[in-house]
Design a protein around this ligand. Structure first.
Ligand code: ATP
Ligand code: MG
Length: 207
């Protein structure tokens, strides 16, 4: 099988993430897309709750929102490999483990431009490249030319396998959604309906 890995904090998951998964699935003939919420990302705070001690609960809620967002889509799966609130997960480690666990399958790691341009700051990032093909999508201020340059640079320098993933450009981020929810502004159509409902019911991101 060809498996796409869509990793993220998903705080909350939004249609930008889902479209990346869908276009990767279609354009690269993948069999499944695994949405993989990270538990305790080394590089950022999780913010479902202002109270940082509540990481466990926040993780459960981020996972639940992913579950609801992909519910009923047979080629979208939830992957809990990094869903630990106590342990830091590093992508190179996760990808190595997935390759060992699923030796018959090949992996495609899906990310947005901001991640592609930051990847050299990730822990042991060079170790990621042999484990997967990277599918990189444009985002916000990065255009095709920027992307192609960065892809060529990383490919030449590290032997990385990276393809440009063409998906509709959406100026949507989880940050925007959290800010809008905090001000009680509409987040409809930016996140799937069951997630809007969940955020409302649980009063997430409220000031
Ligand atoms: P935050 O604002 O909290 O950082 P985010 O919207 O960037 O949230 P993440 O969970 O950080 O979402 O992102 C997971 C992956 O999805 C990253 O590789 C990111 O580049 C990508 N991504 C998120 N939103 C978009 C978007 N609108 N277009 C393209 N890629 C995106
Ligand atoms: Mg982000």
């Amino acid at each position: 099988m060809k498996i796409g890995i869509m990793g993220g904090t998903f705080d909350p998951i939004h249609i930008g993430h889902l479209l990346l998964g869908e276009f990767a699935y279609e354009d690269f003939g993948l069999d499944e897309i695994w949405f993989m919420p990270n538990g305790n990302p080394p590089h950022k705070d999780t913010t479902v709750h202002k109270d940082k001690a509540d990481d466990e609960k926040a993780l459960r809620q981020r996972v639940e929102m992913v579950r609801r967002a992909i519910c009923g889509v047979p080629h979208f799966k939830l992957c809990l490999h990094e869903a630990s609130a106590v342990k830091h997960s590093y992508t190179y480690q996760t990808m190595r483990e997935l390759n060992i666990e699923y030796p018959e399958d090949s992996f495609y790691f899906i990310l947005g431009a901001d991640s592609l341009f930051a990847i050299e700051q990730w822990r042991y990032f060079k170790e990621i490249f042999p484990t997967c093909t990277i599918l990189a999508a444009m985002r916000d201020d990065k255009d095709v030319k920027d992307m192609e340059q960065q892809i060529a640079y990383l490919s030449e320098k590290y032997g990385a396998r990276i393809e440009l993933l063409r998906a509709p450009l959406l100026e949507i981020s989880s940050t925007t959604i959290r800010e809008r929810a905090a001000k009680n502004l509409s987040i409809h159509y930016m996140v799937p309906d069951p997630v809007v409902e969940y955020i409302g019911q649980n009063q997430l991101y409220r000031e």
